[in-house]
Design a protein around this ligand. Structure first.
Ligand code: PMP
Length: 507
């Protein structure tokens, strides 16, 4: 049982090619000493990086240019990987094309927003139809149109406020909770990500540490970190802190490894929150419209007081929302004298025409897909992909655990007992190398700095078959067992490696 208060309290409850091609090594046979593994792993790493460099000269040139103008050569840390980032020129459906003209089956989907795939005709058409409206006008009725659609889909969405990013939606939800309760502290869970605000840039791994410089201790002094799926730890944290305003959680536990949530646990969290007058916030930035039309709340039948949405909501446009109980949301209504608390929230771009038009078209698409069995088909496809991967790795004796939740997957190249704590200590280098090797085969399964694999409604059975064929190609060509062993030897599993932005540099 464990919990951490940022001010200090923790509540826890073989032989391959020298450029080595695979040559019939078998599961269970000990092949090489640590030194031989390291030599093999180096050769494999070199071969994969050289393969990448051969196909992506245009990206290398873009990086050289970009690094002189953009901080880090890209527009976000996650987009940056070694030896240099991939620069893309267009996307269509399930495919994305890089600046060298290489086409990829895209399962990264720019970290999830493109649940309908690239350039979905309904989204493109909706934006085209609104061209003459102007990109930003005062109080467009379009915002109400979209809010009404969200009310239909999301069981807990009694009132809605639109914003531009998931980070802003989380900030607003937390401010509402603090205003409503008059309390300050927020319970967040280890392995849960909630955007870029200082107070939440802690505890992606079990240590609970902050994962960015520039965060003053005062910024995280109201954040209490608790182990997920541990009801006792949560109760201890709540009972030890009568000044908790809210509990926030990502029902997918996406950043911490896609471990998801059990309905039983969510019910226990709901009960613990209600019993103490604590506001329960579901951060559905990942799960909203993705696990089901009604998000995780509909899948589990557990209602949060407030929920946040982004990513799939805007289908690639900058759009987010905070939505929830009317009595809480009315704190944002300047006209309601009965309001216990008056909360400020305003954003210059909160009602951008294209974002709202895209969001409206996207939510209508999701509703149609839901009626037509589209979600079942998508999730069945993801299950086939996950199962196909498990078989491909296990046939070749390469340790791999695949988590799959709805249309999302995450891979762990390890034989450790599956779980957040154990897997956060698994070196991330071999997986980064695997993703780079997949890029060389025309499959952007995930970025080497990430572990997020998504299927969209645009992916077909043929795409899944192609991905699995290339997984087999990569595993047959390179001995990932040696890569994994070498990484394990080089880096004992005592220290957490969960955050690839810090630990997972591809060498
Ligand atoms: N919450 C969750 C669960 C997320 O996954 C993310 C983004 N990955 C955010 C919040 C922040 O969203 P944004 O990047 O739009 O600010």
């Amino acid at each position: 049982m464990a919990y951490i208060q940022s001010s200090g309290i923790l509540y826890h409850g073989r032989r391959m090619l020298g450029s080595r091609l695979r040559s019939g090594t078998q599961k269970g046979i000990s092949l090489a000493s640590g030194a031989a593994d390291a030599a093999d792993a180096d050769a494999i790493g070199r071969a994969i990086r050289e393969g990448y460099e051969r196909r992506t000269g245009g990206s290398a040139a873009q990086y050289a240019r970009g690094a002189r103008a953009l901080a880090g050569g890209t527009t976000g840390n996650l987009r940056h990987f070694h030896p240099y980032p991939l620069y893309c020129s267009s996307g269509s459906g399930s495919r994305m094309t890089d600046v060298d003209g290489n086409v990829y089956v895209d399962c990264f989907l720019c970290n999830g927003p493109l649940l309908l795939g690239h350039g979905h005709p309904a989204i493109v058409e909706a934006m085209r139809q609104h061209e003459s409206m102007g990109s930003l006008i005062l109080n467009p009725p379009l915002a109400t149109d979209l809010a009404e659609e969200i009310q239909r889909c999301m069981p807990s969405a009694e009132r809605i406020r639109f914003l531009n990013s998931g980070t802003e939606a989380v900030l607003t939800a937390v401010r509402l909770a603090r205003a409503f309760t008059g309390k300050d502290k927020i319970v967040k869970f280890l392995g849960h990500y909630h955007g870029q605000d200082d107070q939440f840039l802690v505890g992606l791994d079990p240590t609970g540490k902050s994962f960015s410089s520039g965060i003053p201790p005062s910024a995280t002094s109201t954040s209490i970190q608790v182990s997920y799926d541990d009801t006792e730890a949560l109760i201890a944290a709540l009972d030890g802190n009568p000044d908790v305003a809210a509990i926030i959680l990502d029902p997918a536990m996406h950043a911490g490894g896609l471990w998801g949530s059990s309905t039983e646990y969510l019910r226990a969290v709901r009960e613990a929150a209600s019993a103490r007058g604590v506001i329960l916030i579901f951060d559905e930035v990942i799960t909203g419209f993705r696990l089901s039309l009604g998000g995780a709340q509909a899948v589990h039948g557990v209602m949060p007081d407030l929920a946040t949405y982004a990513k799939a909501l805007g289908a690639g446009e900058k759009l987010a929302a905070v939505a929830g109980r009317e009595d809480l949301m009315q704190a944002l209504d300047p006209d309601r004298p009965s309001t216990r608390a008056a909360v400020y929230q305003s954003g210059t771009g909160n009602d951008g025409t294209y974002a709202l038009a895209a969001g409206l078209a996207a939510v209508r698409c999701y509703r149609d897909l839901d009626v037509g069995g589209g979600y079942q088909a998508l999730i069945a496809r993801a299950e086939r992909l996950a199962q196909g991967m498990r078989v491909a790795f296990s046939r070749r004796g390469v340790p791999c655990h695949v988590n799959q939740l709805g249309p999302m997957l995450q891979l762990f190249l390890s034989d450790a007992k599956p779980g957040f704590e154990a897997f956060s200590r698994v070196p991330s280098g071999p997986l980064a190398l695997f993703y780079l090797a997949m890029i060389n085969e025309g499959i952007l399964l995930s970025l080497p700095t990430s572990n997020h694999v998504y299927l969209s409604f645009a992916h077909s059975d043929e795409d899944v078959a192609q991905i699995l064929e290339k997984v087999a190609t990569v595993l047959d060509r390179y001995d990932f067992r040696a890569v994994i062993r070498a990484a394990d030897e080089a880096s004992p599993r005592s220290e957490s490696k969960a955050n690839p932005l810090i630990h997972g540099r591809l060498r």
